[in-house]
Design a protein around this ligand. Structure first.
Ligand code: MG
Length: 502
């Protein structure tokens, strides 16, 4: 390896990372603190910095630096340097295909469309958002053409979020899942043994006390407050500027403490991943997450596999009862557990339970893929949305706000993103199966509030590798098998079979 050339690349990568961190900070601020009138100038600022970052990425190959390094990397393909070079080359070649004017228009449009979407959603009026969405779909189809693809233009977009994965690989997984979930959901709804209504857990939960409880939980599981913070936003998210500065958000309901806790635990899973990335490799792919699907596997692992399980709550429930004696002191543990895991088909994805959640995703996947492949039109989305919600979940969507306008993703140009949520659930279930085998005392440890062995297991097996493996290779490396839907299906059958006495 030409060490001088590699050192030069590393310096440039670190500069690029400064741009990504700055953009992430501006976007975080936009969600948390920015006043309403700041939207327009912020869109220009973000667009300007995106263009500079785009140009800097293209400049990586000036003097054929990257081209030469790619050749060198072929001699020692398994070294960390070679992994970095290959991944940077991948990003570079993708970016090189996008004209600067295109990048600028997309950045401006998405920043503006987000504000328009928020207004359309508040007014529950899809027609306000339609012109922006139409233009977005045109641009994303254009992007797919620039980037290139083998079978479906959708694959070119999916590749941004889940590198290497194609819709042809997703289809059998999602079909198996959908064909299991639809009848399984009907069985649960028809079961005699139904968990009590969630109203038993409603009460009055002052904001400050909730914040304190959420922070206490984060601290106990292992979120590093010296390297992160938690704030409030309408839609919870995690962002990071460095493994030493990871931001999460949650949202509170003053009548339901579990509303915030679910989101907090989810975002904590993302944050532990970011805080667990190897800091010495900052700026390179070795300190980046594998993919959004693997990222989501970490949030889902904590939120569902752990945070909706008995061992976790055997430790935290007494603390919750102490903090909020009304209503929890009167609710026995088993009742609490059963309500926590109540399956209830509803409109809103982000509030969906483990069973119905993936049907929400499959609907979005089918629709956005149709938009990009040109088999359906943006103007028909509200009707198609309603029909699929009725068919898959048995619910009647009353308006656009609860329907097609509920998610921010399309407004920010994130088409090809939704499938990573379900992939995350599948990865999480498969990882969980292996973790349980390799940590035979896990249940007892969780019950005692000892989260270190599990957190460290995730860190050493997943976080510490950065992008050393592709998602496909990582799953095989950890579990010995390629990704499959069967582990998640098995998890649902066992857990809900017991709960609903099927
Ligand atoms: Mg997430």
């Amino acid at each position: 390896m030409d060490t001088l050339a590699y050192a030069k690349l590393r310096t440039q990568l670190e500069e690029l990372a400064h741009f990504s961190s700055t953009l992430a900070l501006l976007q975080w601020d936009q969600e948390i603190y920015m006043p309403a009138k700041g939207g327009e100038p912020r869109a220009k600022l973000i667009s300007y910095l995106s263009v500079v970052a785009h140009e800097k990425l293209l400049a990586l190959n000036s003097g054929k630096l990257l081209t030469k390094l790619v050749q060198e990397a072929k001699k020692t393909p398994n070294t960390p340097e070679a992994i970095v070079i290959r991944d940077v080359w991948r990003s570079y070649t993708r970016e090189r295909k996008l004209p600067t004017a295109f990048v600028q228009e997309l950045a401006e449009l998405t920043s503006r469309a987000q504000t328009i979407w928020a207004e359309a959603r508040a007014k529950s009026d899809f027609s306000l958002f339609l012109p922006s969405l139409k233009r977005l779909v045109e641009l994303k189809r254009q992007e797919a053409t620039y980037v290139g693809y083998k079978n479906s233009p959708y694959d070119a977009l999916l590749d941004t979020y889940e590198p290497g994965l194609t819709s042809a690989q997703i289809d059998p997984l999602f079909s198996e899942l959908r064909d299991f979930l639809k009848p399984f959901l009907r069985k649960l709804k028809a079961a005699k043994q139904q968990p009590p209504a969630a109203t038993r857990l409603k009460g009055k939960f002052p904001l400050r006390e909730q914040e304190a409880f959420n922070e206490q939980l984060l601290r106990k599981v292992g979120f590093d407050f010296e390297a992160g913070r938690i704030d409030q936003s309408t839609h919870p998210f995690t962002t990071n500027f460095h493994p030493y500065d990871v931001r999460i958000t949650t949202r509170y309901s003053e009548t339901d403490a579990l509303y915030a806790l679910g989101s907090t635990i989810h975002e904590m899973g993302h944050a532990l991943y970011e805080q667990g990335l190897p800091v010495e490799h900052f700026g390179t792919p070795l300190a980046e997450a594998v993919s959004l699907g693997i990222h989501e596997s970490q949030s889902r692992f904590w939120e569902n596999m752990i945070g909706k399980g008995r061992p976790f709550w055997k430790y935290f429930y007494p603390k919750l009862q102490k903090q909020f004696p009304k209503p929890y002191a009167r609710v026995p543990f088993e009742t609490f557990y059963r309500i926590l895991n109540r399956v209830e088909p509803a409109f809103i994805r982000t509030e969906a339970d483990e069973v119905t959640y993936n049907l929400h995703i499959i609907i979005r996947y089918e629709l956005e893929r149709g938009l990009i492949e040109g088999t359906l039109k943006a103007k028909d989305l509200p009707q198609l949305w309603k029909a699929k919600m009725k068919d898959y979940l048995g619910v009647t969507v009353k308006n656009d706000r609860e329907g097609v306008l509920q998610d921010v993703h399309w407004s920010i140009g994130a088409i090809g993103y939704f499938p990573t949520y379900t992939l995350g659930n599948l990865y999480a279930a498969q990882f969980s199966e292996t973790a349980k085998k390799q940590l035979p005392k896990l249940e007892a440890q969780l019950e005692k509030g000892n989260f270190t062995p599990l957190r460290e297991w995730l860190r050493t097996h997943i976080h510490a590798h950065g992008k050393t493996f592709t998602s496909e290779a990582l799953v095989k490396e950890i579990t010995g098998e390629p990704l499959q839907a069967s582990y998640f299906i098995k998890h649902l059958k066992e857990k809900y079979g017991e709960l609903y006495e099927l």
